[in-house]
Design a protein around this ligand. Structure first.
Ligand SMILES: [Zn+2]
Length: 275
């Protein structure tokens, strides 16, 4: 599933093509893309709206309109790209939602598994669920992270995946952040000391920033809006590297399951929690 760096890459790529454009029509062939909302009402409300901005919150893409906000969640297999009317793209066969624009182009939402969702709200708060901290928000500090983890029994990996605590981290970057910080993913949050939490805070920011620089990880479905692959998968230290040597100590990377998610770590660099 695309995480913060992948969604950020999509947002940066489509933003210049969308800002200032007027939506001339909205097309769909899959009502569930709107969740429980009435497709006819949503598409009618999108018509003639001007796009004012394209941003990201957690793993959500936010398209601000002169009236309302459209959120798009890519989920498993969603791809988003702007294309000329007649242009043919590899992912077109899975397009189930499209915004037509006044310059003749269209924003196409391709999604083979059809788990992706589009939601129109009056404002951001009604377009997306309530989310936790943005990792790059200057108000999100190591002290804030320590407060969020205080007295929590759940494994730190589970806490990092909880979008109501920190928004945007998924399975890849949770594993990578914990490895960089030298913390075993099963460690109950309350066992972490101040120095460990500071290290984790620094690791989260470093891991996400580097993945944005590499324009996301194309491990499964994710592609950049121009159809090409991101490069972040080439710099991963643990995720997807089971049995391969740790880049730090040479020990084979291990894989376990935490909260039903495949979890990768180095058994030497990330010491298991005390019972
Ligand atoms: Zn190691």
């Amino acid at each position: 599933m695309p995480e913060l760096p992948e969604v950020e890459t999509v947002v940066r790529s489509i933003r210049p093509h969308l800002c200032g454009r007027v939506i001339t029509g909205a097309w769909h062939d899959w009502p569930r893309v709107f969740g429980n909302d009435d497709p006819n009402i949503v598409t009618a409300r999108l018509e003639n709206r001007q796009i004012r901005g394209v941003d990201r919150r957690g793993k959500y893409i936010l398209i601000s309109l002169d009236q309302g906000v459209l959120s798009i969640h890519l989920r498993m297999t969603g791809r988003l790209y702007v294309a000329e009317k007649e242009a043919v793209h590899d992912a077109d066969r899975w397009v189930h939602f499209r915004l037509e624009l006044d310059d003749g182009r269209a924003l196409r939402f391709s999604d083979s598994r059809k788990f992706g969702r589009v939601r129109l709200g009056d404002q951001v708060a009604t377009a997306i669920p309530e989310l936790g901290w943005e990792p790059f928000d200057p108000r999100f500090t190591a002290a804030v992270l320590a407060e969020a983890l205080h007295n929590r029994q759940r494994p730190i990996k589970v806490m990092l995946l909880d979008q109501t605590i920190i928004a945007g981290i998924g399975n890849i970057y949770a594993d990578e952040s914990l490895h960089m910080a030298g913390i075993h993913p099963a460690t109950p949050a309350l066992q972490l000391g101040g120095a460990q939490i500071e290290g984790l805070y620094t690791a989260i920011q470093a891991v996400l920033a580097q993945a944005i620089t590499h324009e996301g990880a194309s491990i499964n479905w994710y592609r950049k809006p121009d159809g090409s692959r991101g490069a972040a998968q080439d710099s991963l230290h643990v995720y997807g590297r089971e049995g391969q040597p740790c880049h730090t100590c040479g020990w084979p990377i291990a894989r376990t399951t935490i909260a039903q998610r495949g979890t990768h770590y180095c058994p030497r660099c990330q010491v298991p929690p005390t019972q």
